[in-house]
Design a binder for this molecule. Structure first.
Ligand code: XMP
Length: 316
């Protein structure tokens, strides 16, 4: 029967048997799957693991530090790469959502490749593939995959790794149990999903450093507010979108012409469909006040009341 302790022991033994004395490379996204995998592999093969976290400059406020603080003390050999100049340079002036995804996917591979050469050679590449991912890709390119999702699939021939995928038979809940056992902080363990392209697909239109900075501050107010009001775990995902709409407002005696931010929170079982979350009005009022008081570039806050379908969870 299934106990997390038992599974962890088995997974560690399997990894050791497969990997031997070989070096293992793992890409860290900051999400629960790759973070848990990092902890498992660190336990199984220690310094043979190199975990690479690429900061594309489109992360949430403090996210990089959170990942570092969660993984390093638990023995993960973690390399953090600030690649924001390259990513943001490549994204300069790009407003098409799929184009953004393509560029980010390409830059991820480029940065990852560079680190693989720097710290390698690696015999193995570890991935946090879950059972539902295995099922989904067995079904081919489903019509459900409306937005192109990128993972590290397009590496060149000379970086031909053997794959290590210890979670291939597991569901998300099981990974979360393993994460608890391995000491992953709840902050990451119970985190909402965050898309690979990050804030790039939450800034409608072209991305600038200023817009990233605005959105990071808004997002931080919204997400920490949800945690503060015990609403975070009642929603499947919550996000803020920086729209390109500027509208007229008033501050003191001054007329303003500033950006509109949209907040979105959903409940969902599988993210294929989702309902907009009925967040309490008092909560929304508090968050709206905090945003306009602290983020002066914003003079209007709206709440997205559309379910999926027909809307998607992200706006891009
Ligand atoms: P949508 O917007 O399609 O999102 O309803 C469904 C789930 O997928 C996430 N998402 C992405 N994740 N790369 C990712 O890694 C992407 O390009 C991407 N686009 C959407 C989204 O956050 C939601 O959880």
């Amino acid at each position: 029967d299934w106990t997390a302790e038992h599974i962890v022991e088995e997974l560690i033994a399997d990894v050791r048997a497969k990997v031997g004395t070989g070096k293992v490379l793992l890409g860290i996204s900051g999400g629960v799957d790759s973070s848990t995998l990092a902890l498992l592999l660190a336990k199984a093969v220690g310094e043979q693991l190199t975990a690479v976290f690429i900061d594309h400059g489109l992360l949430r406020l403090g996210e990089r530090e959170q990942v570092e603080q969660a993984l390093r003390p638990l023995g993960v050999n973690l390399v953090v790469v600030d690649a924001s100049n390259e990513f943001l340079g490549a994204l300069d002036g790009v407003s098409d959502p799929e184009e953004k995804r393509k560029i980010i996917g390409r830059e991820f591979i480029r940065a990852f490749e560079r680190e693989a050469r720097e710290y390698g050679p690696f015999e193995f590449l570890a991935q946090g593939t879950l059972y539902p991912d295995v099922i989904e890709s067995a079904g081919g390119e489903g019509a459900a995959n409306i937005k192109s999702h990128h993972n590290v699939g397009g590496l060149p021939e000379d970086l031909a790794f053997k794959l290590v995928e210890p979670f291939r038979t597991l569901f998300k809940d099981e990974v979360r149990e393993i994460a608890r056992l391995l000491g992953l902080p709840d902050h990451i363990r119970l985190r909402h999903p965050f898309p690979g392209p990050g804030l790039a697909i939450r800034i409608i239109g072209a991305i600038t450093r200023e817009k990233i900075n605005i959105l990071q501050r808004v997002d931080d107010i919204f997400i920490s507010g949800l945690r503060e009001y015990d609403l975070y775990n009642q929603t499947a995902q919550a996000l803020a979108v920086l729209t390109p709409i500027q509208s007229v407002g008033v501050m003191g005696d001054e007329r303003t012409y500033s950006y509109t931010v949209a907040l979105r929170a959903v409940t969902s079982a599988d993210f294929m469909t989702a309902e907009w979350a009925f967040l309490p009005y008092e909560f929304l009022a508090t968050i709206s006040n905090r945003i306009v008081n602290h983020v002066h570039e914003i003079n209007r806050v709206v709440y997205d009341i559309t379910s999926k379908p027909p809307a998607t969870i992200e706006w891009e």
